[in-house]
Design a protein around this ligand. Sequence first.
Ligand code: 3PY
Ligand code: MG
Length: 259
Amino acid sequence: MDMPRNAFKQSLREKRRQIGLFVGLGSPYSMEILATAGFDWLLIDAEHSPNTPASVLPQLQAAAPWSPQIAVRPVNHDAALIKQYLDIGAQTVLAPLVDTAAEAQALVRAMRYPPQGIRGVGGSLARAARWSGVMDYTRQADAEMCLIVQIETRQGLENLDAILAVEGVDAAFIGPADLAASLGHLGDSGHPEVRAAIEGALRRIAASGKAAGVFVTDPALARHYFACGASFVAVGGDTTLLRNAALKLAASFREDAAP
Ligand code: 3PY
Ligand code: MG
């Protein structure tokens, strides 16, 4: 069996424009709906959503036949947890709250086999290796792994250039909510200081040659962030889509039913 290639990593390298969605519902069934909706990439969130490797696995399986590229966001940088996500078949990791080059370096090592890294070898048990069915999985795997670091604190901004210089960091993604909190504007990611910080960071990331990404739900602002150098954006989340549609539907019938 051939090594599954990471088309997302390739798209990031080529700075192709990629529109994504955060997926937090934790359901393989809704994942199938989202995977057929026309997004380029989907992020399975296990940072704020009730996901673990056991619930991420069926979502990866549900998404596998469809075109969107899948990234997984673990709750932390734990190398053992990252190993589990890679072994069930995730090839792209979006790591939250990366503040220093040392943290980025440790994440790179978590995603690579020795001698470059510390990923444990367990191909016969791993879906990623198709249970030893992929020829030479261990020799090919490192090249297909993709690390996106999230820059979302003041410290992360201060260390941005050093983080980007870490070999093995493929892209950097700005988290406006955490960044706003870190800059003293909790709950106000539209604050001018936060906006300016995001714009500056996107420009610096793009200038480094690595792909720049950001979470942005406003289409006009998304266009602006593309102009600042972003090549991949997440434009919403499934929980918000479901909640907003449900609120709207219920409200529309309540108005109709009013005497
Ligand atoms: C944030 O905004 O903090 C994120 O992590 C992604 O939107
Ligand atoms: Mg965040």
